[in-house]
Design a protein around this ligand. Structure first.
Ligand code: SAM
Length: 232
């Protein structure tokens, strides 16, 4: 996806693109490729593909939620910062928390935050299920792209969401068919699964919008070993 097409497709999502945002994305791309030489951040390094499969893809979250209404957002398993950092570039109003279990990714993210001069972003080297044991009902939106199975992800994420607010999973195909039990146990409901194809290379994407409809029982999330042995 060349830059003109990127701008065009992002505008179709209803998002404003400015020179400042484009410059930040360019810098982010340079850092991603540079750091990828010394640590494994992404398999995609071709510029057009990064703009399509990381930058544009991250912004598709806006298909299901109005980001201008969001105070704080937590991105679980953010990896090299997707979708969290891209959303922060386009919506500087959000207070962003980035969570990842791998410290080397957190070190990279801290560099990106410094170089792009992003404000109100915290990075946490922690497993989501440990974080969610102590931090309850804090966020307007919790999101995760390409992390774990859907039911496992629900158990990590729903405790972090404010009552009445949203968890948004960004996935390839829709794998939410067997999630009713997990949703009920976690006091949440699936509002919709938006299925579409990425422009150009036409791979499948699904964005699942889940609303929390009551406080989460303190027994969730369980320990990682229990979640793995006996998923909800
Ligand atoms: N969200 C990024 C993206 O879309 O490019 C990264 C996806 S990568 C496939 C999965 C990431 O989730 C990895 O960075 C991994 O370290 C992190 N992860 C997996 N399980 C996790 C957990 N329980 N808590 C925190 N991070 C986790």
């Amino acid at each position: 996806m060349d830059i003109d097409l990127f701008i065009n497709e992002v505008q179709k999502l209803g998002i404003e693109v400015s020179n400042d945002k484009l410059q930040k994305l360019e810098k982010y791309y340079e850092l991603l490729v540079l750091w990828n030489e010394k640590m494994n951040l992404t398999a995609i390094t071709d510029k057009k593909m990064v703009y399509l499969k990381h930058f544009y893809d991250s912004l598709t979250l806006t298909k299901v939620i109005d980001m201008t209404e969001i105070d704080n957002l937590c991105d679980i398993g953010t990896g090299a910062g997707f979708p969290g950092i891209v959303l922060k570039i386009f919506y500087p109003n959000i207070n962003l928390t980035l969570v990842d279990a791998l410290n080397k990714r957190i070190i990279f993210l801290n560099e990106v935050i410094k170089e792009l001069e992003l404000e109100n972003v915290e990075t946490l080297h922690v497993r989501a299920e440990e974080y969610a044991k102590n931090v309850r009902e804090k966020f307007d939106v919790v999101t995760a792209r390409a992390v774990s199975s859907f039911n496992t992800l629900l158990e990590y994420s729903i405790p972090l969401v404010k009552d009445g607010k949203y968890f948004i999973a960004m996935r390839g195909s829709d794998d939410t068919d067997n999630s009713l039990n997990a949703l009920n146990l976690l006091n949440s409901k699936k509002i919709k699964a938006e299925c579409f194809k990425l422009p150009i290379e036409k791979s499948d994407r699904t964005i699942v919008l889940v609303q929390k409809i009551g406080k989460t029982n303190l027994k969730y999330p369980r320990k990682f070993s229990e979640i793995k042995k006996n998923p909800l």
